[in-house]
Design a binder for this molecule. Structure first.
Ligand SMILES: Cc1cc2nc3c(=O)[nH]c(=O)nc-3n(C[C@H](O)[C@H](O)[C@H](O)COP(=O)(O)OP(=O)(O)OC[C@H]3O[C@@H](n4cnc5c(N)ncnc54)[C@H](O)[C@@H]3O)c2cc1C
Length: 330
């Protein structure tokens, strides 16, 4: 593999706020492989001037100014034009609905394969790349090895990505190309409407109220939904909750589910197994509610309630509701 291309964005592009983990994973991989690193930064109009970039000693960085109503077809055509001339390269981008859409379209345009939602990438021999990705709704962890040719890969936050290596760069000091509509656009965005927060994906919401086996069923999850609604968040669950069909599979948090970083994470009736914690440990604030004071979830919690969620959650909903009403009455 001669080259690694990383497609990242300014905060908010494709609903991702931070590309640090992706950039660092790419830097580590390129060093192991001795591969040349390119970074294309998609910059929306009005984006902050200062953005985290791979240091110039690591990578050639290039900004791509995108229109505010970003057309995925236009973007895909431009990227395909840049990458098609490569013989052998790995194209990396973040995972998430919008980015997975882009990675699959790009792979189809180039006539190559796409591997989405990778949770790990590494090279042992410096020539091929080993990719790990959960498949079949997270029930199986699939390991793929890719070597020659072009491969498009979307990557979730990976553990190997933590550490130093990024620097603040100024967008307007980068070589920039303007995206020009290709005329192939079939979708026109006419309006953006805020959706019910409960419909947000767990990786998109600022607040996630998650439940585990201790929530005991759909009735308990309805209580968690009430709390999520009051907080403008959404609901997630442990694998046990998902296996019991109390919450949808795409809302599973953990090693074989989603890796999330909400501002606020409630863990209700979740013991805090390592498999679960892997998916939520980077949440800004964690509040755990558990009847067992010795539950491991309390080790990663910023605040804890030792008690029954079915008493605590409705009481909190009522308290928050009455405070909101008080604020509105003033
Ligand atoms: C390869 C592999 C991958 C896995 N991937 C994942 C993954 O992605 N995500 C994931 O979550 N798990 C995953 N697991 C499963 C994981 O190991 C645990 O089994 C699972 O996380 C436990 O779920 P839980 O915390 O809901 O249940 P439990 O461990 O049974 O915990 C239930 C908790 O609820 C508490 N409780 C009971 N009643 C109440 C109440 N009324 N109020 C408050 N608290 C109460 C209990 O004290 C207990 O701590 C994986 C396992 C393997 C082997």
């Amino acid at each position: 593999m001669d080259e690694i291309w990383v497609v990242s964005g300014t905060p908010g592009v494709g609903q991702i706020e931070s590309y640090d983990s992706l950039l660092l994973s790419a830097a580590v991989l390129s060093q192991t492989m001795g591969a040349k690193l390119h970074n294309v930064v998609l910059a929306e109009k009005g984006a902050p001037r200062e953005v985290p970039l791979l240091s110039s000693s690591h990578a050639e960085t290039h900004a791509m100014a995108v229109m505010s109503n970003l057309s995925i077809e236009t973007l895909c055509d431009s990227l395909a034009g840049m990458i098609a001339v490569q013989q052998s390269c790995l194209v990396l981008m973040s995972a998430g609905a919008w980015w997975n859409d882009l990675s699959c379209r790009l792979a189809a345009s180039l006539g190559v394969d796409a591997i989405t939602d990778c949770t790990g990438l590494a090279s042992e021999d410096g020539a091929s790349v080993i990719l790990r990705a959960p498949i079949f709704g997270g029930r199986i962890l699939c390991t793929s090895t890719v070597s020659e040719g072009i491969h498009v890969v979307s990557v979730r936050d990976t553990d190997e990505a933590h550490g130093a290596g990024l620097e603040q760069g100024l967008l307007d000091e980068l070589p920039t190309s303007e995206l020009v509509p290709s005329g192939r656009e079939r979708v026109k965005m006419t309006n953006v409407t805020a959706i019910d927060s409960l419909l947000l994906g767990v990786e998109e919401a600022d607040v996630v109220v998650a439940g585990g086996r201790g929530v005991k069923g759909l009735e308990g999850f309805a209580q968690l939904e009430e709390l999520a609604k009051v907080l403008g968040g959404t609901v997630g669950g442990s694998r046990i909750a998902v296996d019991n069909r109390w919450v949808a599979r795409e809302r599973q948090i953990g090693q074989t589910g989603k890796t999330i970083r909400p501002k606020l994470y409630f863990a209700c009736g979740i013991s805090g197994s390592s498999h679960h914690v892997l998916g939520m440990k980077d949440s800004e604030t964690v509040i755990a509610v558990n009847t067992d004071a010795g539950a491991p979830i309390f080790r990663v919690a910023d605040a804890g309630v030792v008690g029954d969620f079915s008493e605590y959650v409705p009481a909190l909903v009522e308290e928050l509701g009455s405070r909101r009403k008080g604020d509105a009455d003033v």
